[in-house]
Write a protein that binds this ligand. Structure first.
Ligand SMILES: *[C@@H]1O[C@H](CO)[C@@H](O)[C@H](O)[C@H]1NC(C)=O
Ligand SMILES: *[C@@H]1O[C@H](CO)[C@@H](O)[C@H](O)[C@H]1NC(C)=O
Ligand SMILES: *[C@@H]1O[C@H](CO)[C@@H](O)[C@H](O)[C@H]1NC(C)=O
Ligand SMILES: [Cu+2]
Length: 418
């Protein structure tokens, strides 16, 4: 079905802050164990203070995870301290590590697709297999009970493909929005446009109006144009071709641009429109800390993360997507066609992981799932449960169940975040 409601454009993405450890946090790391009772109760609205709060929350999440991994270390075959993958922030990787990551992405883009041309003619590369799966399932993986777990599995299988098919030895890095909100996007090592970045801004196109979200009876959200708008001209992805889409690119004035169902071959440059305003307004340290601390149940947590329709907020999820802007970064359907997607969703997953650790027994159980199988249940669908299957189509197999994805260390996956 066609779905052009502006709601669908109200993408949301969110992540955690990884500010430089304060002297206090460093001392805590070496000496003290943080008890749950010592954690902040409410988020600060001051960015520096919220950033320290996020450090404490991260420390707590790592303690929980590491304790389990240590317990497991005697058991063969389990996820333990010797085999756990450690995902790090882009800026914490060395230059050769960053280059190894982008080389592996380019390798995936150079390999032939598994998707048959008969089912999706525009899917040309192994990289496109992921984009195509996301396009195909968009309305059953956003504002659903599966949103967080689906994107967790999607990002994990992408990391596996980089490692198993392209010889990458590291793990999936993430983009700490709270950090770029403070430094500015173009000044961050992720987006400075150097050979050791994820490529940077698009060429500046003057005279562009605001992208307008909402409408259809909901209050409008104005997203100002950023500092780019055109093709990415430097860094590892300067020659990259985006093959699929667009499907629902928000344009100035609330219009959308689409190329049919987005499944045909439509090669074009990668565009970005870095927008600090959007990063600061919806995905800075106070936004991330508040998302984690304020929301006690999964329904409210995932809704605030994606933006409660009508609230005027696009959440950290939308904050990340719309601060990269461009094509396909801000296209709800085609967004994995910008390689930065996976760093953004690393941070989304990290934010969920930290939130889960605050009450891990409940938040990794069926009580940690809420929602149905369709976008805001606009097509009434059964509730998502631990038995709901998650299938990544031609991108990667095998299908798994929600139960396999609720923990990053107790199931088929084995990783933690720094
Ligand atoms: C948890 O383990 C990781 C990986 O060994 C380590 O880098 C991190 O500092 C540990 N965190 C805590 C709080 O112990
Ligand atoms: C799209 O989804 C349908 C229904 O789940 C599936 O049969 C089809 O193979 C999918 N196509 C692609 C290209 O993933
Ligand atoms: C589905 O979830 C809603 C909200 O939690 C609940 O009220 C409803 O009873 C559930 N439906 C079924 C069939 O379990
Ligand atoms: Cu998505």
């Amino acid at each position: 079905m066609r779905f052009n409601s502006p709601l669908a454009l109200t993408l949301i993405f969110g992540t955690l802050s990884n500010a430089l450890p304060s002297p206090q946090a460093e001392a805590t790391q070496t000496a003290t164990i943080i008890e749950a009772s010592e954690l902040p109760i409410a988020a600060s609205s001051d960015a520096a203070t919220a950033s320290d709060q996020l450090d404490q929350l991260l420390q707590f999440a790592q303690q929980q995870a590491n304790a389990t991994l240590e317990d497991n270390s005697a058991k063969r075959g389990s996820c333990n301290i010797f085999n756990v993958a450690v995902r790090r922030e882009w800026g914490a990787l060395s230059k050769p590590e960053r280059k190894a990551y982008t080389d592996a992405v380019l390798c995936l883009q150079a390999k032939k697709a598994n998707t048959p041309a008969s089912s999706m003619p525009g899917a040309k590369s192994r990289f496109d297999d992921w984009v195509g799966t996301h396009i195909n399932q968009t309305l059953t993986i956003h504002y659903t009970g599966t949103f967080l777990a689906w994107h967790r599995y999607f990002t994990w299988q992408y990391e596996q493909a980089l490692r198993n098919e392209c010889g990458y030895k590291g793990y999936q890095p993430y983009w700490n929005w709270a950090k770029t909100a403070a430094t500015g996007l173009e000044k961050s090592p992720i987006l400075d446009g150097s050979d050791y970045s994820m490529s940077g801004n698009g060429e500046f196109i003057p005279g562009r109006g605001n992208v307008v979200l909402g409408g259809n009876g909901l209050p409008e959200i104005q997203i100002p144009a950023g500092s780019g708008g055109g093709c990415v001209k430097s860094g590892p992805f300067k020659n990259m071709k985006v093959n699929l889409g667009p499907v629902s690119l928000g344009l100035p004035g609330g219009a959308t641009e689409a190329n049919g169902d987005g499944l045909s071959y439509n090669p074009r440059c990668l565009k970005r429109d870095l927008t600090d305003y959007t990063n600061k307004k919806w995905a800075d340290a106070p936004a991330v800390a508040s998302l984690i601390l304020k929301n006690k149940d999964i329904w409210n947590f995932q809704m605030e993360m994606q933006g409660v329709p009508g609230s005027g907020s696009i959440g950290v999820h939308g904050g990340g997507h719309y601060s990269m802007g461009g094509d396909p970064g801000r296209d709800l359907f085609v967004s994995p066609g910008d390689p930065l997607f996976y760093l953004h969703h690393g941070m989304i997953d990290r934010t969920w992981w930290i939130w889960q650790s605050l009450d891990s027994k409940t938040r990794t159980s069926e009580k940690g799932i809420s929602g149905t199988g369709f976008f805001l249940n606009q097509v009434p669908s059964p509730n998502t449960t631990l038995d709901t299957p998650i299938d990544l189509g031609f991108a990667a197999g095998p299908p798994v169940k929600m139960a396999d994805l609720m923990s990053t260390t107790d199931g088929p996956m084995c990783y933690i975040y720094l």
